[in-house]
Design a binder for this molecule. Structure first.
Ligand code: M6R
Length: 613
């Protein structure tokens, strides 16, 4: 969603802000803007579309001596992505300026009240209402005016504000929308909606919490409570990621780079957490005692999008190995149904970003109902990790492509670890089996490493036949049914081809009506316990002349009798198939989207971190 960058310090502000905004492009946006102070006057540039348009307008601004400013990439909510609606927005005096992520839910009534007092508005945004509201309280003390305005606001926000009458100070505040401060002893202070914007300058960060307001100067930051005005302590964290990790390293797209980073990402997730001799799992950050885990009677897995698919796979693993019933919920549904959650339930939120608004709301609700909450997350210090009782970090490194790839497979690895961990605590798996399963998990990263170029070559031969299809079906059974869903999501989000995933057995209950000689159906058919069942489904498709693509086991001679389009994968432990079979589904989607000339890393209308409901 929207991105925020703010800076005050010794460097020229415009290059710092534009560089930061570039590093947030992956979040998805449709207009952009920058404001800074020069000779005590506010200078503002805004435009529709991509940052390149803004940069083209700002040639001279690059050389501005200004040392304080804010910038924004906007993902439109209230009002179209036009220049007028782009942030930063200023007040009636033109001296006060704001950038904002989130939604001011009561903006309409606030705007009517402000209009009645003589304020005029030049945009359709909720944000412009907020800057006028601050103006209405502003006499001498900016911090007080921001606090007074925020007390009247319903909704979510991360804001950056400055005022030409206080030329050395940025004010930041957050409620339900992420905001992080960057600290550097020599060059000054930063604020951003997400860590990658800070990485070229500093790894020292302070995560703001809901209800925090920060006063930021070149010398550092001080954090206060919006509601009481009292100072609060927020500790500094050092981020392990570096700036190079958030660059393309010679790959055509971040997505392709991240597909190829999966062996390392999975290995990072599991390493140091498994004893290969005994199969014992060690995850101290889980922060739940053996007794607490042994007492768990039911598990709710809560997530959105791709992370929800990881939850669907995990249900099979946890129920099979730890023998605990698991319910899987889409977070936006979970938060609005009558939940049977209590202290016997463990809720696990799965989120690569740790900021997804619906999943976060799910965590809060589950806690209120007495459940312990665990999160599986990739972003250190993100809101979910701070609110959950415990976290299993995936350690996949920064994921920049909007389509989730390495974050997904490392979530699967973390969830398998958890299933084994719980099985150990519940004593539901004997030592021999535990060692076998742990070994399968350790081996999957290296297997993918070896297979990636082989898969890529096989995929290449399919692209010309399938890149211009209008529709696509993906089918799988058992552990691979969620991978069919994930394959379809990946294809539709980056190539804009309409794609659906189905449990193979469901085909004859409706979707089979779609099959004709135009319709491609990709079936996941590893030699596993449901192999024969899926093959029967494929026969039904063949009988109706569907265009079949099979992803199956090397050495399975039956597959080539069903279609010419087969991708072969090695035979591995059945439990690890969902991780392995994800790879060709990702690569096929990627190559089709690239062949169609789509903006693979920043697909239209999508955002990397969905911080609004
Ligand atoms: O950060 P999260 O894992 O909570 O994000 C959830 C979804 O928004 C995300 O997986 C989305 O579906 C991706 N675009 C999938 O590629």
């Amino acid at each position: 969603m929207c991105g925020i960058v703010g800076y005050v310090g010794k460097k020229r502000v415009v290059p710092v802000i534009l560089e930061g905004l570039k590093r947030l492009e992956y979040r998805g946006y449709d207009s952009a803007g920058v404001a800074y102070l020069e000779n005590n006057s506010l200078v503002k540039y805004r435009c529709e579309g991509k940052l390149a348009n803004l940069e083209a307008m700002m040639d001279e601004a690059y050389l501005s001596p200004s040392h304080i400013g804010i910038g924004h990439t906007r993902w439109a909510t209230h009002g179209a992505p036009t220049e007028d609606n782009a942030h930063p927005h200023s007040d009636s005096t033109g001296k006060l300026v704001i950038v904002h992520n989130g939604i001011i839910e009561n903006y309409y009534s606030l705007r009517e009240e402000l209009k009645a007092k003589g304020h005029t508005f030049s945009s359709e945004t909720d944000t412009e209402v907020l800057v006028h509201l601050i103006e209405s309280f502003l006499e001498k003390d900016l911090v007080l005016a921001v606090r007074q305005a925020l007390e009247l606001v319903d909704g979510s926000y991360a804001i950056g504000v400055f005022w030409s009458e206080m030329p050395d100070t940025l004010v930041a505040a957050r409620n339900q929308s992420p905001l992080v401060l960057g600290v550097h002893d020599e060059i000054g202070s930063f604020m951003a909606s997400d860590i990658p914007a800070l990485l070229p300058y500093t790894k020292r960060v302070v995560f703001l919490e809901d209800g925090d307001l920060a006063v930021i100067t070149e010398k550092g930051n001080t954090v206060f409570s919006i509601h009481t005005g009292e100072q609060v302590e927020r500790k500094e964290t050092v981020i392990e990621w570096n700036a190079a990790m958030a660059e393309k390293a010679g790959f055509r797209h971040f997505m392709l780079k991240e597909i190829f980073e999966q062996p390392q990402a999975i290995t990072n997730t599991v390493s140091g957490r498994i004893n290969p001799e005994t199969g014992e799992i060690n995850i101290p950050e889980i922060n739940l005692s053996g007794d607490e885990l042994a007492a768990v009677k039911r598990i709710f897995l809560v997530a959105c999008g791709t992370s929800w698919h990881a939850a669907l796979v995990a249900k099979y693993w946890i129920e099979k190995w730890a023998r605990v019933p698991v319910e899987v919920d889409i977070a936006s549904e979970f938060r609005y149904r009558n939940l049977l959650v209590d202290e016997n339930v463990l809720t696990i939120a799965i989120s690569q970003s740790g900021e997804t608004a619906d999943t976060l709301a799910g965590i809060r609700l589950a806690k209120e109902l007495g459940s312990k909450v665990l999160t599986i997350c990739n972003v250190v210090g993100s809101t979910m990790t701070r609110e959950a009782d415990g976290t299993i970090y995936t350690h996949a490194g920064p994921e920049i492509g909007v389509a989730s790839t390495k974050a997904f497979t490392s979530q699967l690895a973390a969830l398998f670890l958890f299933a084994l961990f719980l099985a150990e605590r519940k004593n539901t798996v004997d030592a021999e089996k535990r060692i076998e399963l742990a070994k399968a998990l350790i081996d999957i990263g290296p297997t993918i490493e070896k297979e990636l170029p082989v898969i890529q070559e096989q995929i290449a031969s399919l692209i010309e036949s399938f890149y211009d299809c209008r529709d696509f079906l993906f089918i799988g059974r058992g552990l691979n049914f969620p991978i069919a869903l994930e394959g379809a999501l990946k294809l539709k989000e980056i190539s804009y081809i309409h794609a659906e995933g189905y449990a193979a057995g469901e085909l004859k209950h409706g979707p089979i009506a779609l099959i004709d000689k135009e319709m491609p159906i990709l079936s996941l058919v590893p030699k596993d316990s449901v192999y024969q069942k899926v093959i029967s489904n494929v026969e039904e498709i063949k009988a109706r002349q569907g265009r079949i693509i099979l992803i199956g086991s090397r050495g399975d001679t039956q597959l080539s009798t069903l279609t010419d389009d087969v991708i072969y994968l090695p035979v591995i432990a059945e439990e690890m198939n969902p991780i392995l079979y994800t790879i060709p589904a990702q690569l096929l989607s990627y190559e089709i989207a690239a062949r169609r000339g789509c903006d693979v890393d920043q697909p239209r209308n999508l955002a990397k971190s969905v911080t609004v409901e």
